[in-house]
Write a protein that binds this ligand. Structure first.
Ligand SMILES: Nc1ncnc2c1ncn2[C@@H]1O[C@H](COP(=O)(O)OP(=O)(O)OP(=O)(O)O)[C@@H](O)[C@H]1O
Ligand SMILES: [Mg+2]
Length: 243
């Protein structure tokens, strides 16, 4: 359902990704790990069509999104939700307007229905009752959870999580991990989780990919990672990567 083929991406003169291939099946839940600055967020943006690769193909449900016109790309994007690393909320909109943004702007749902969905998503991320707050009134972890509520507002088939648990206390972190698994199990959401957090990888991922030297190493599982033939995987699971 998500297929990246022979991706190359650089910014100015700096090569970030090269010869990168990745296939993710429908309903799969994978983690992507790797040192800071190696290109994990860039990879998620490529899948979402927010960046274009210099060369290579990004196919979503068999459709190559690279040559698509903006209108068609927007349609494909509706299948996907992205939780940005920074939260990336709209500063001038309150929490409920942020969460309901796509429902209003892209799906044109009636306000009553939007309110119902927004409340339901806020409950899922344990932020009920905070709908009227402005993003600037929220802590980093709270902003992250609102970003998650926004990413899942339109019930996407694919959800891309960029550091979903970073900056959350251990209990909230576990709750978000449980939510990621629940969305995957109950709704079959295909999930790509970029994270540095070992607990998140072990709790949620079926497969783990490490980004190194501009491409992905062959995947491990939460069981196989301890005895990987690749030192980088073993190093990571023993206590995090050097960055
Ligand atoms: N829009 C951009 N313009 C120029 N350079 C960029 C842009 N986005 C990312 N980069 C560069 O690409 C590299 C990879 O960035 P990216 O954000 O994908 O890393 P990352 O693996 O997500 O790191 P982290 O774990 O710190 O979030 C970095 O060197 C970054 O400076
Ligand atoms: Mg990043």
């Amino acid at each position: 359902m998500i297929k990246l083929t022979n991706i190359k991406k650089s910014f100015d003169e700096t090569l970030i990704l090269k010869d990168l291939d990745l296939s993710i099946n429908k309903g799969e839940i994978i983690a992507i790990i790797g040192p800071s600055g190696c290109g994990k967020s860039t990879l998620l943006r490529l899948i979402m069509g927010l960046h274009k690769p210099d060369s290579g193909k990004v196919a979503i449900d068999g459709e190559d999104i690279i040559p698509m016109k903006q209108k068609d790309l927007n349609k494909v994007r509706l299948k996907m939700g992205l939780l940005f690393q920074s939260g990336a909320l709209f500063d001038s909109l309150n929490v409920e307007e942020n969460v309901g943004f796509t429902l209003k702007e892209n799906l044109n749902l009636p306000q009553e229905k939007i309110d119902r969905i927004v409340n339901q998503k806020l409950e899922l991320v344990e932020m009920s009752g905070r709908g009227k707050d402005m993003p600037s009134d929220l802590s980093g972890g709270q902003q992250k959870r609102i970003g998650l509520a926004r990413a899942i507002a339109a019930d996407p088939q694919i959800i891309l999580y960029d550091e979903p648990t970073t900056g959350l206390d251990p209990i909230l972190s576990t709750n978000i991990e449980n939510l990621i698994v629940k969305l995957n199990k109950d709704f079959g959401m295909t999930s790509v989780v970029v994270t540095h957090q070992i607990s998140t990888i072990l709790r949620v991922a079926e497969k783990i990919y490490l980004l190194k030297d501009n491409k992905l190493l062959p995947p491990e599982t939460p069981e196989s990672i301890y005895d990987s033939v690749y030192e980088e995987y073993r190093q990571f699971i023993r206590g995090g990567l050097k960055t």
